[in-house]
Ligand binder design. Structure first.
Ligand code: NAP
Ligand code: F7E
Length: 328
C-alpha cells in the first residue's frame, strides 16, 4: 500500500486529495497544526480512514520527526497562508508559512529520505502582472502580493532542491480552483454563499471589491488529480494546471444569481474596503503541457462550477437553518 503525507489536509485541496488517494488505495497521513479547538470540518467524513499527525510548517523538527516516523513515499505540501488580502496585512507571517515553510519541508525530505516524491502547491498568483497571455510554464513571473512573492520563493526553492539534491520535486502552478469546500472569504464562495442566503431571505446585499478582475476558475477535485499525476511520471517537472478560460467576478455573480432566478445588479454593491493594494487583473492559463504529458483535462465548465457551488450552499443552508456565518 503506497503511503502519502499531506500537509494542509484540513484545507479545501487537502480534503479532496485525501479522498482521492484513499480511493487509489493509499495510506494517508494528514499533518495538522495544533489549535485549541479542532478544525476538521472538511475531513470529518473520512477521518477514521487516515492518520492525523501534529506538525507545523514553522517547526522543522516536527516535519523531520513525521517523515522519519511515518516514512511516506509521497509528500504533498499544500499547507500555506493562502488568502491574498491577509498576505498584505500579515506579510512576514505569510513569508514564514508560504515561503520558508517550503524550505523547511524540503530540507526535512533531504534529511529523512531523498527518495520521497515531493509536490509543491505553486500558484498562478506568481504571474501577477501578466507578461504573456495565456500564461504557461515559460511565462516570466511578476507577483503582485506578499502571497505571490512567497509562492515564487517556494517555487524556486523546489526547483533548487531538485537540481541540487536530485530530489523528485514537482511544482504545480495551479490556477484558481473552487468547490463547495472553498473558504468563505474567497470571492467565488463568498458569492455563492451570499446568493443562497439572499435566495432564502437571510441576507439582503452582497458587498464585493473589484468586479472587473478576471480569473481562470476550475473545479478543485479535478486539480488534485493533476497533483497526483505529476508524482507518477518518470521525471519530476513543473506544470500549469488551468482550464484555459477566463471570466470576470461580474460574470461569476451574473451566473450565480441567474441560477436562482435573481438579478445580480439588484443585490451586489461595490465596497472599496475589498480592493487590494495591488491587483492581479487577468489570469488565464495554458494547460497544454499537462494535457500532453499528464493526459489531464478539466471535467467541469465554468457554468457547471458556479451551479455546483450555488446548489451546495442552498442545500447546506436549508439543512442548517439560520446558524451559518454571514461573511461581510
Ligand atoms: P486552504 O483551504 O487555505 O488550506 C490551507 C491549509 O494549510 C489548511 O489546512 C491550513 O490549516 C494549513 N496551514 C496553514 N498554515 C499552516 C502551518 N503553519 N502549518 C501547517 N499547516 C498550515 O488552501 P487550499 O485552497 O486548499 O490550497 C492548497 C494549497 O494550494 C495552498 O498552498 C495554496 O496556497 C495553494 N493554491 C491554491 C489555489 C486555489 O485556487 N485553491 C491555487 C493555487 C495554489 P488550518 O486548517 O489549521 O488553517
Ligand atoms: O480573489 C476579486 C479579488 O480571493 C479573486 C487563492 O486560492 O487563487 C486564490 O487567490 C479575485 C481578486 O482569490 C472580492 O480582488 C472582488 O481579483 O477569490 P480570491 P485570489 O486572490 O485569486 C490563487 C490562485 C491562489 O493561489 C490563492 O491561494 O476576486 N474580488 N471582490 C474579491 N476577492 C475577495 N476575496 N473578496 C471580495 O469581496
Amino acid at each position: 500500500m503506497p503511503k502519502a503525507l499531506i500537509t494542509g489536509i484540513t484545507g479545501q485541496d487537502g480534503s479532496y486529495l485525501a479522498e482521492f488517494l484513499l480511493g487509489q488505495g493509499y495510506e494517508v497521513i494528514g499533518m495538522v497544526r495544533r489549535t485549541s479547538t479542532t478544525n476538521f470540518d472538511r475531513i470529518r467524513d473520512f477521518q477514521d480512514r487516515i492518520t492525523v499527525v501534529q506538525g507545523d510548517l514553522l517547526d522543522q523538527v516536527s516535519l523531520i520527526n513525521i517523515l522519519q516516523e511515518h516514512r511516506p513515499e509521497e509528500v504533498f505540501n499544500l499547507a500555506a497562508q493562502s488568502f491574498v488580502p491577509a498576505s498584505f496585512t500579515q506579510p512576514v507571517l505569510t513569508g514564514e508559512f508560504t515561503a520558508l515553510g517550503v524550505t523547511r519541508i524540503l530540507d526535512a525530505v533531504r534529511i529523512a529520505d531523498r527518495s520521497i516524491r515531493f509536490y509543491q502547491a505553486s500558484s498562478s498568483e506568481m504571474f501577477g502582472k501578466v507578461q504573456e497571455v495565456p500564461q504557461r510554464e515559460s511565462t516570466p513571473f511578476y507577483p503582485r502580493s506578499p502571497y505571490g512573492a512567497a509562492k515564487l520563493y517556494g517555487h524556486w526553492i523546489t526547483i533548487n532542491y531538485r537540481e541540487s539534491y536530485n530530489l523528485f520535486a514537482c511544482s504545480g502552478i495551479l490556477f484558481n480552483h473552487e468547490s463547495p469546500r472553498r473558504g468563505l472569504e474567497f470571492v467565488t464562495r463568498k458569492i455563492t454563499h451570499a446568493v443562497a442566503r439572499i435566495k432564502l431571505g437571510m441576507q439582503e446585499e452582497l458587498r464585493l471589491g473589484n468586479l472587473d478582475a478576471r480569473r481562470d476558475w476550475g473545479y478543485a477535485p479535478d486539480y488534485v488529480h493533476a497533483m497526483w499525476l505529476m508524482l507518477q511520471q518518470d521525471h519530476p517537472d513543473d506544470y500549469v494546471v488551468a482550464t484555459g478560460e477566463t471570466h470576470s467576478v461580474r460574470e461569476f455573480c451574473q451566473v450565480a444569481f441567474d441560477h436562482v432566478g435573481l438579478d445580480w445588479e439588484k443585490y451586489v454593491a461595490v465596497d472599496p474596503k475589498f480592493y487590494r493594494p495591488a491587483e492581479v487583473d487577468l489570469l488565464v492559463g495554458d494547460p497544454s503541457k499537462a494535457g500532453r504529458v499528464l493526459h489531464w483535462e478539466p471535467s467541469v465548465t465554468f457554468q457547471q462550477l458556479v451551479r455546483i457551488m450555488v446548489d451546495a450552499d442552498v442545500a447546506a443552508l436549508q439543512q442548517m437553518g439560520n446558524h451559518t456565518p454571514h461573511v461581510g
